[in-house]
Design a protein around this ligand. Structure first.
Ligand code: WT7
Length: 655
């Protein structure tokens, strides 16, 4: 693979003080020295960083305790701080007129700026509403909102009073929302009347109404008016955001929180069972998010940071909300889609707001590349310095297009590898210091002691030119601390597979130069457009349909979305498989149980599935058939009925 040998040096422009602010880390040697300190002397390294980047109402006395062996990681013990104070107050006090949020609304002519001074007032007022509804430190609050400034206000209002927020991506269906609200027994849901995306309206409040029918814990729903649509309101339970906030004072004292007090839950899919509520705590998480905005995006005062993710995913949490705001930066909140009203939307946004750091996913880059270079040409992209990629491995074609057409060869490309559970980037280049390779996440961030393990023996593969599973040897500040209400599951998923290590679930290689190439999941997790889904989750959605006897879901390669979902479905006896509507119904079923982003691209109605004699489903065989590799199926002698393979191959070929 020639990409493995081609190094792209740091663009000269980034190191030229007449053109760019001096990068925080300016050479490979500087990175290596800082990295060494972070690993050999983490107490000093992170103690200093935590003092530099965060404001404490009470200083910590111990930098770290516990770790991966016992699953008892704790950082900055005995310290106290408040996330909302760190993100808002201290900047509002110093520079009240500085812009905190640039809201780029669905309709391009409706963008709006919110200053730190305004943000503080809005956060305090909503915090007051939550207090008035009886919410106290440690209570859980669900946030199911479109990409509007009030969503950020919601995060910070919860943090201000010590409530634990659980943001549920607004693309999730009522049933998925219900499960997540129930799991954490949320007392309040913060939402909006409707959402707007790509010119279409989304019935946000109606979805919430549907969901909470079976959520006895929900006492209050606060509804923000995005469109002013007429939506049903249940007296005594539902309240208008504006009416309630207007009753509350513009200042409310932030609740002092301990470093290890929970900040938020965020549900994510694993290989088995129900989604997990990944729990992040206050100080370590804030440090991870802000340190990576500073070093990985080389964020300088005055920069305009634009992360195109949704606040409903971890990328939005760390790189729209917490990271940029901890640094007192300006963050762009983009409500629309890259192709509305046309495929220049991103580049118009960059030119209009003079964006310096731009962060998106390979799936968006591939989709835009397909639509043609004319959409990116002719826009003034000269403000850009750093272009980020996240969510899945970026293929070299997309990397080069991003680098050449968007970056014009004069920006740093940072391919940032991380996960919901890691809280912030763990493998990534630094703009001024690390030469890149197209498709490699390159080198570990500070404090991340990366290991590649033999998947079978668990032995560490030392040195270069090795391939195995990706793990981390030591706890870092922003690692998730537990799975909400199920610490055993946390231990079993992440810490027990390879004792002493955090297991990522991804496969990876370290090449001859020591660069890391993340290859993708080694478990039953599918990555569709950077959205993480478990095969088990989709299968259980399908099985709930009255016609379905059994299913097997796999991820297949897709040019735009990275992977897409293919579902093999066996029907119950007597159900006709020749009905065209049935496939449509099954797709609807998945949309209903999970959400539109989980829709299968293909459904195969089949007689039987490949299973071993003990009944274990062999997804590997289905994956090979879909990939057109039927000639290398491997050993199929363990199948209960090997003749099924030929039938399946024919079925897939004919569909
Ligand atoms: C999984 C985590 C936190 C980012 C958004 C997704 C894949 C993420 C990369 C990358 C290769 C990547 C991994 C990981 N992934 N970024 N730069 N290169 N793979 O967060 O939903 O928790 O998914 O996304 O497979 O395990 P997530």
């Amino acid at each position: 693979m020639s990409e493995e040998h081609t190094l792209f040096p740091v663009p000269a422009r980034l190191l030229d003080p007449s053109q760019c602010p001096e990068p925080y880390v300016k050479s490979l040697e500087e990175y290596q020295e800082l990295y060494r300190q972070s690993i050999e002397n983490p107490d000093e390294f992170f103690g200093k960083l935590a003092t530099d980047l965060l404001s404490w109402s009470k200083p910590f006395h111990t930098v770290q305790h516990g770790g991966l062996e016992h699953g008892d990681t704790a950082w900055f013990l005995d310290g106290q701080l408040n996330a909302s104070y760190n993100c808002v107050d201290r900047h509002a006090l110093a520079t009240p007129d500085k812009i905190a949020i640039i809201y780029e609304a669905d309709e391009p002519n409706q963008s709006e700026n919110i200053t730190y001074g305004e943000l503080l007032r809005k956060v305090c007022q909503l915090a007051g509403v939550l207090r008035a509804r009886g919410i106290r430190k440690g209570d859980t609050v669900a946030i199911y909102m479109p990409m509007i400034p009030e969503a950020i206000v919601a995060f910070l209002a919860c943090a201000r009073i010590g409530a634990v927020h659980s943001v549920i991506f607004a693309g999730f269906s009522a049933e998925a929302l219900r499960d997540r609200v129930q799991d954490a027994a949320c007392r309040v849901v913060l939402t909006a009347d409707q959402g707007k995306r790509g010119g279409k309206s989304i019935e946000t409040k109606r979805i919430v109404d549907d969901a909470v029918k079976s959520c006895p814990s929900v006492e209050t729903i606060i509804v923000c008016q995005r469109t002013g649509a007429d939506v049903p309101m249940t007296p005594g339970r539902d309240f208008w955001w504006n009416e309630e906030t207007s009753k509350c004072m513009n200042y409310l004292t932030p609740e002092p929180m301990n470093s290890e007090d929970p900040l938020f839950l965020l549900y994510t899919s694993g290989s088995t069972g129900t989604p997990k509520g990944v729990l992040h705590t206050t100080a370590g998480y804030l440090l991870g998010a802000s340190a990576t905005v500073k070093y990985v995006f080389d964020y300088h005062p005055g920069d305009i940071f634009a992360c195109m993710a949704d606040v409903g995913w971890i990328t939005g949490h760390s790189y729209i909300v917490y990271g940029p705001l901890v640094l007192g930066g300006t963050t762009v909140l983009f409500e629309s889609i890259p192709t509305y009203p046309n495929a220049s939307r991103y580049w118009e946004l960059v030119a209009k707001h003079k964006v310096t750091q731009f962060y998106t996913a390979p799936t968006a880059i591939r989709a835009l590349r397909r639509l043609g270079d004319e959409w990116v040409e002719g826009h003034d992209l000269s403000s850009l310095r750093v272009l980020g990629s996240v969510g899945e491995p970026i293929n070299p074609e997309a990397w080069h297009w991003y680098n050449d057409k968007v970056g014009k060869g004069r920006c740093a490309i940072v391919d940032t590898y991380w996960q919901t559970e890691t809280g912030s980037h763990i493998i990534t280049p630094l703009p001024g210091a690390i030469a890149t390779k197209a498709g490699s996440a390159t080198v570990p961030f500070f404090g991340i002691d990366v290991a590649i393990l033999d998947p079978v023996t668990g032995k560490e593969l030392v040195g270069n030119d090795v391939t195995g599973v990706l793990a981390v040897k030591k706890a870092w500040p922003s690692i998730a601390r537990t799975v909400y209400g199920n610490h055993q599951r946390y231990l079993e998923t992440y810490l027990k597979p390879y004792p002493g290590y955090y297991f990522t679930g991804d496969g990876a290689s370290r090449d001859k130069d020591g660069y890391i190439w993340v290859r993708g999941r080694v478990d039953d997790v599918i990555n569709v457009s950077g959205h993480r889904l478990s095969t088990a989750e989709i299968e259980s959605a399908l099985i709930m349909h009255h016609s379905v006897a059994e299913t097997a879901v796999i991820g297949a390669a897709d040019d735009v979305t990275g992977q897409c979902i293919h579902a093999f479905v066996c029907l119950k006896p007597g159900v006709s498989k020749h009905s065209n509507d049935l496939s449509k119904e099954l797709i609807l079923q998945v949309r209903k149980v999970i959400g539109p982003f989980a829709s299968p691209k293909k459904i195969y109605l089949v007689e039987d599935l490949p299973k071993t004699r003990s009944g274990k489903l062999m997804r590997r065989i289905l994956r090979k058939i879909i990939a057109g590799e039927s000639d290398s199926l491997g050993d199929i002698s363990t199948l209960a009925d090997p003749s099924i393979v030929a039938i399946l191959i024919k079925h897939v070929e004919n569909s």
